[in-house]
Design a protein around this ligand. Structure first.
Ligand SMILES: Cc1ncc(COP(=O)(O)O)c(C=O)c1O
Length: 363
């Protein structure tokens, strides 16, 4: 059996290298380096009772907690087994047969469309624009693809990852709202993946009323450092939430995950510490990477940095050399729109980042 993975496969790497997973430094998945909130760890130690019951199928408490956090109705939230589950529910739930993806970006959107037999068009930002997509070009692509008379199936939806992975580029909330409003005007769904927006809430569109036909995806994986528990959520109108829930397998979010996510969401102190840490360490790592000869480090709003190695080097080779030293990096060679010198590194703790800088300078 083989499964495509995006990074973060510490178990596979540990088997291959004959090391314990905790002997590896994983820069390939961008998880909060401070780890989960201490409240989460306390909750886990008390969680024995939840193992003997089926999980709450409505994820009631977590939806109430999210409703209070975002000042919205609990009916506007659906919880998924990671946001990945929700990405895969979208095509069938909303009858999306043709999706316009703004790239270069995360490949799971295309996988979800392939799985449902749908089609993907892309509008790609180029390296000369530092991979920042231009709003006018995306609007133009939406109008073109939606136009009657084109031979292929008209467009049903547009998807923007904001901040985007793996480029780290983020649009301001105003630009995202313009995109969403234009999508609604054209009768399209607008999906905004805000999985990394906890690190830059000002770019999120969740602060205000959502335009019609807009779905926002969020996750507890990255900022809350809970990738192993699998919790994500979507925010949309109650009608859309109902449509999504009709496609979801029963009990897909386990009870431990639901309870721990509530504890994580309510720990404001850990949130502030994590943001302060990331603001400092991201700049320090960025500067360190820029000092490596010929390496280009793209500006980022998230907790990872896209790198381009000097001409003549290949990301695949560098990733493989560092892997043998126990450092896992994300090779972005095969992300459509990026070149074979592109790789992504997570911002980890100061000491771990120094180890990465040292290892990269030898490569
Ligand atoms: C942009 C983006 N969206 C969504 C996901 C899925 O996250 P999860 O399913 O862990 O919530 C990822 C994971 O790598 C991601 O990078």
């Amino acid at each position: 059996m083989r499964r495509a993975v995006h990074g973060g496969d510490v178990y596979g790497a540990a088997r291959e290298l004959g090391r314990a997973p905790d002997r590896l430094l994983d820069f390939s998945a961008s998880i909060n380096p401070l780890g989960p909130s201490p409240a989460v760890l306390r909750m886990l130690s008390r969680a024995r009772t939840v193992l003997c019951h089926y999980p709450d199928p409505l994820c009631w408490d977590l939806r109430q907690a999210l409703a209070a956090y975002w000042r919205r109705s609990p009916q506007a939230f659906i919880i998924g087994n990671g946001s990945t589950e929700l990405i895969h529910l979208l095509p069938a739930a909303l009858r999306i047969g043709h999706l316009l993806v703004v790239g270069p970006t995360f490949s799971e959107y295309t996988s979800a469309m392939a799985r449902s037999g749908g089609r993907v068009s892309t509008v790609l930002a180029g390296q000369t624009d530092s991979y920042r997509p231009r709003l006018e070009l995306v609007l133009e692509a939406m109008r073109q693809a939606g136009r009657a008379g084109t031979r292929s199936r008209p467009l049903d939806a547009v998807l923007l990852c904001n901040p985007n992975s793996p480029t780290g580029v983020a649009w301001e909330a105003g630009a995202v709202r313009t995109l969403a409003r234009e999508a609604a005007r054209l009768g399209l769904w607008c999906v905004v993946d805000e999985t990394f927006a906890d690190y830059c809430e000002s770019v999120s569109i969740l602060g205000k009323t959502l335009p019609p036909r807009t779905i926002v995806l969020r996750s507890f994986t990255k900022f809350y450092a809970l990738p192993g528990l699998r919790v994500g959520y979507a925010v949309a109108s109650p009608v859309v939430v109902q449509q999504l829930s009709e496609q979801q397998p029963p009990w897909s979010v386990n009870m431990l995950a639901q309870q721990v996510a509530v504890a994580a969401l309510q720990d404001d102190r850990h949130r502030r510490r994590s943001l302060q840490f990331m603001d400092r360490e991201r700049i320090r790592l960025q500067r360190g990477l820029e000092r490596l000869s010929g390496v280009r480090a793209f500006p980022t709003k998230a907790n990872f940095i896209l790198l381009e190695l000097p001409v003549g080097q290949q990301a695949t080779r560098a990733v493989s050399v560092l892997r043998r030293q126990g450092l896992l990096l994300r090779d972005c060679t095969h992300v459509p729109g990026l070149n074979d010198r592109s790789l992504r590194v997570a911002v980890r703790t100061r000491r771990e980042n120094d180890r990465l800088l040292k290892a990269l300078s030898c490569v």
